[in-house]
Design a protein around this ligand. Structure first.
Ligand code: ADP
Ligand code: MG
Length: 944
């Protein structure tokens, strides 16, 4: 046996599978309830996938001083309250579905003895397990499509063949005619336990069974005990005296690398009852063997194999297609493993110990195989998996090596005694779920059109079959012997004929009855079929109309959506256009806005400029008018002062006449003569600088302009005072302006050259007295004035100046030092800051240094010179004779007013310039100590 097991593997090409897709072994855990409620429980179901094991009292496992609880996770965990149906739906149903779709499956229960393996697999009375439920589901699914018995024939090489229905019928008859061997189980009695288990009443079935196939179910039941395989369904002749020990079977590998038990009984079953009956038979035999051979039942592995053969109907849908290649044989192996506990725990002795050891050996091999498989898969190693080391692993080799769906139910009893064994079971189970098995490939679809069976039934296929059956039966009629009577005494022929005829008659009657029965059966089938067809038709019609409605609804929805899409597209188009227009508008408006804002800014700046200009104009005008007002006030003041002065002078003269009566009389005419004498004025410039003249030479770069402006004048109208003359003249020329350098300069700029000459001559002629006197502008104006006043200008010769002249140099402290190279210097002068009578009494010449701002912004220094006279009243009077103007100017700038060539001109010519009205005016200042007019200054005409 061992040698056979270790036969080297043949390198046969494998059946095409789907190696890419692999599924892990599905491991489920079922926790059975405790037998007694007072038992200690050491397993808890945490959730749907987790169980926790904790050591029982007095059996504590410590790791690092901590009490250790272990949790194990599985695909699903079924607690104590889970019923068989729930377990079946989750674990076994998919395997049955696979079986019907032509795929292999393996389901085994694993656990220690008493943990509920058999309860789970077979079930308990009144509570059918997975096995009867699987059978029930299979027959519920394939019931109406089952082939006639013997249409499928299993061969002894794990293969299947097909034969026509007639051959199958004949074979059936032959088998029926065979004497039934006498076995203890030969007489079929209905076992109440069996009836309880089979009564699953689940009506569970696979929905999408291929109706164009015909199916047949074959079951076999084997037991692996002590590494021997026994066929539990083998019909051994009953030996009541010395029963033979059962013959063990050997394993072989078929052409698809599936292992099979050679010569194993495989029973074709047509219903759940029949199948379960076969199983029950095997079960009974197992029990008997255990009893007879003194075996421990829990030490054996039982394997119930359900094989499903299926082949397509031919094109007519009438008969099964006679093509072996088209047959699919799938199998579902339901394995109830032996208890996984260790030998010593069972207290087995002798023969039993050996058995137990072996049993453990099988399970050990199973563990080793799983471990190595897992290692190979996880770490890519290629270790040989020792399937052949035990019958158990060898039998299921191809499930792990090849393809199929493998599921394991780990059964655990939570009682404390099983704690250690349960731990082992859990560890193995957890490891097992890390092994992956190739998913079985889908069965190739046969090329025939679907719905063949249905069409054939509509055509009345069953009638043809009936005819064939009748013909077949007629052939079975006993042949008629020769009816020819050659001898009158022939008493054999007739009786023979009669006998045959009687036989035939009997047969005919039997056939008639059969036919009647068949007809009846057929009628009922037909009725059933009709009703099923009608219901199916109704159902299909309903579905069809439903679908049509749905399609119509969907079409309408589609149309509606299309319309909506079109509308939305149109809307989008319109919106896009509008958006473009708006954008255009926005751009235009923005441009407009920008231009407007620019315009506004321009206007604002214009406004600001205008405001500033107007402001400027306003200030200018107000300043102008202020100045004008001041000027007028000053003019008025001067006028009034002059008037006052003239009156004062008259009064003085009258007083003098009154106070100096007789001895003074002869002088009066001279005095009057004196008065009548024209006022002699200083004529300047002198042709050459006199020794006393403070003006020195003029350098090229920086010229001091000597511009004598005050002239000695003689008044032809001797009895009219100079002041009154000036006043009168001022009244005549109200439009004249103060000697403002700016206005003069401006006028000069505007006037042509000749006019400028004229003006300049005017200026030279003009008299400057404390900066308030202004000159008439036009010569003709002046001439008119001159004529009116009948003034005669007479040049007065320069007074000879002795070297002994003494000067009062009056320099007001407000003067600014000019810091020019040339400075006016008067030797032997008495320099005073303010004019004092004391100083004047000592000197006969007076010079006032006066500064003012010229029109070009330069400081103009004026040296106002005069002669000091003693007045009759004992005071001092100064008659101004000349004004020297000292000014800095750039050589490239203004035209020189006084040049050496001018100076060199004849005196007459020079003097002729001074013949205008201005030169005819004279001013006299009398300084009196303790004068009531102010700090010692008094204006009065001082006749010479
Ligand atoms: P095993 O086959 O593992 O040795 P069994 O299936 O024979 O164990 O179970 C032993 C006993 O426990 C049986 O009497 C069975 O009815 C009972 N039992 C096992 N599992 C359950 C369960 N889930 N619910 C109720 N009873 C159970
Ligand atoms: Mg059992």
């Amino acid at each position: 046996m061992k040698a056979a097991m270790k036969t080297p593997r043949r390198p046969v090409p494998k059946k095409p599978s789907n190696p890419c897709v692999k599924d892990p072994v599905g491991v489920y855990c079922r926790v059975r309830p405790l037998s007694r409620p007072d038992q200690e429980c050491c397993i808890e179901v945490i959730d749907e996938t987790t169980v926790q094991i904790h050591p029982p009292e007095g059996y504590r496992v410590f790791r690092n001083g901590e009490y250790r609880e272990t949790q194990y996770s599985f695909k699903e965990v079924f607690g104590t309250l889970v019923v068989q149906k729930q377990l079946f739906d989750v674990v076994a149903k998919p395997l049955v579905e696979d079986l019907i779709r032509g795929k292999n499956g393996l389901l085994f229960t694993y656990g220690v003895t008493g943990s509920g393996k058999t309860h789970t697999m077979t079930g308990s009375p009144g509570d059918g397990g997975l096995l009867p439920r699987c059978l029930d589901m299979i027959f519920n699914s394939i019931g109406p499509f089952q082939a006639k018995r013997f249409v499928f024939k299993l061969d002894d090489k794990n293969g299947v063949d097909v034969q026509c229905e007639v051959d199958a019928l004949l074979e059936r008859q032959k088998r029926d005619a065979m004497p039934i061997p006498k076995t203890p189980s030969g007489k079929r009695q209905i076992d109440p336990e069996f009836a309880d288990m089979i009564n699953v009443q689940d009506h569970c079935k696979v929905e999408d069974v291929d109706e164009d196939n015909v199916y047949s179910v074959f079951v076999s039941y084997i037991e692996i005990y002590n590494n021997y395989i026994y066929d539990l369904l083998e019909e051994a002749p009953f030996e009541p005296i010395k029963p033979k020990p059962p013959q063990s079977k050997i394993l072989r590998e078929d052409q698809n690398h599936n292992m099979y038990v050679t010569g194993c009984t495989e029973v074709e079953v047509k219903s759940t009852e029949e199948a379960f009956e076969v199983f029950w038979r095997g079960q009974k035999k197992r029990r008997i063997a255990n009893t007879q051979l003194n075996r421990e039942s829990s030490r054996s592995h039982s394997v119930f194999i359900i094989k499903l053969a299926q082949a397509p109907l031919d094109a007519d849908g009438d008969n099964v297609l006679q093509d072996k290649e088209q047959i699919t044989l799938s199998q579902l192996s339901l394995v109830d493993l032996a208890g996984s506990e260790r030998t010593n725990r069972t207290k087995a002795e002798g023969n039993r110990l050996r058995e137990a050891g072996n049993i453990n050996q099988s399970l050990m091999t199973l563990r080793t195989c799983i471990e190595i498989l897992r290692e190979n898969q996880m770490y890519g190693t290629n270790k040989m998996v020792p399937y052949r080391d035990s019958k158990l692993t060898h039998l299921f080799k191809n499930y792990f090596d090849g393809e199929g769906k493998v599921r394991m139910i780990v059964c655990v009893n939570p009682k404390a005694e099983d704690y250690e064994e349960s731990l082992q079971v859990m560890r193995f189970a957890e490891m097992t779920q890390e092994v992956e098995v190739a998913r079985p490939a889908d069965r190739p679809i046969c090329g025939l059109t679907p719905g063949r069976r249905f069409r054939n039934q509509m055509r009345g296929g069953p009638i043809n079959e009936e005819q064939a059956v009748s013909e077949l039966l007629l052939q079975n009629f006993p042949p008629l012997p020769s009816c020819e009577l050659l001898d009158i005494n022939d008493d054999q022929t007739l009786p023979k004929v009669i006998e045959v005829l009687e036989q035939r008659h009997k047969l005919r009657q039997m056939l008639s009855e059969e036919i009647a029965k068949t007809v009846h059966a057929f009628k009922t089938v037909l009725q059933e079929f009709d009703s099923s067809v009608a219901s199916k038709e109704n159902y299909i019609q309903g579905k069809l109309s439903e679908k049509e409605k749905t399609i119509a609804g969907q079409k309408m929805e589609l149309e509606r959506l299309e319309k909506k899409i079109k509308t939305l597209e149109y809307k989008i188009h319109i919106l896009e256009k509008t958006a473009t227009i708006y954008e255009e508008d926005k751009r235009n408006l923005q441009q407009e806005l920008e231009s407007k804002s620019q315009q506004l800014q321009r206007q604002a700046s214009d406004k600001r400029r205008m405001e500033a200009r107007l402001q400027g104009m306003v200030t200018e005008t107000s300043v102008k008018w202020e100045k004008e007002c001041e000027r007028r006030v000053a003019a008025k003041q001067l006028e009034m002062q002059n008037k006052l002065w003239v009156k004062d002078e008259k009064l003085k003269q009258l007083k003098a006449i009154v106070t100096e009566p007789k001895h003074e009389k002869p002088e009066r005419p001279s005095r009057l003569r004196d008065r009548e004498k024209p006022v002699q004025r200083a004529v300047s410039p002198p042709p050459a600088p006199p020794p006393s003249n403070p003006i020195t030479q003029v350098p090229n770069s920086q010229r001091l302009v000597s511009n004598p402006r005050v002239h000695r004048r003689s008044n032809s109208c001797s009895n009219i005072s100079v002041a009154s003359c000036v006043m009168e003249w001022e009244q005549k020329t109200p439009s004249h302006k103060p000697a403002s350098g700016t206005s003069n300069a401006r006028n000069r700029q505007q006037e042509p050259e000749q006019n400028r000459d004229y003006n300049s001559s005017n200026r030279r002629r003009g008299m400057c007295w404390t900066g308030v006197t202004e000159l008439p502008r036009h010569r003709d104006e002046l001439e008119i004035e001159e004529d009116r006043c009948h003034r005669v200008i007479r040049l007065r010769h320069r007074r000879s100046r002795s070297a002994g002249e003494r000067w009062v140099d009056h320099k007001p402290p407000s003067n600014v030092p000019t810091e020019t190279v040339m400075q006016p210097q008067v030797p032997h002068a008495i320099t005073v800051a303010a004019a004092s009578e004391k100083a004047l009494a000592k000197c006969d010449k007076y010079m006032l240094t006066h500064q003012e701002l010229a029109s070009d912004g330069e400081i103009e220094t004026k040296l106002i010179k005069g002669d000091v006279f003693k007045t009759r009243g004992g005071g001092q009077a100064v008659q101004f004779t000349e004004i020297e103007t000292l000014k800095q100017e750039s050589p490239t700038g203004r035209k020189r007013r006084s040049s050496p060539s001018n100076r060199d001109q004849p005196e007459d010519a020079a003097d002729s310039e001074w013949t205008d009205v201005e030169t005819r005016c004279s001013v006299a200042v009398e300084m009196r100590a303790g004068s009531a007019l102010g700090p010692g200054y008094q204006h009065h005409a001082q006749p010479k």
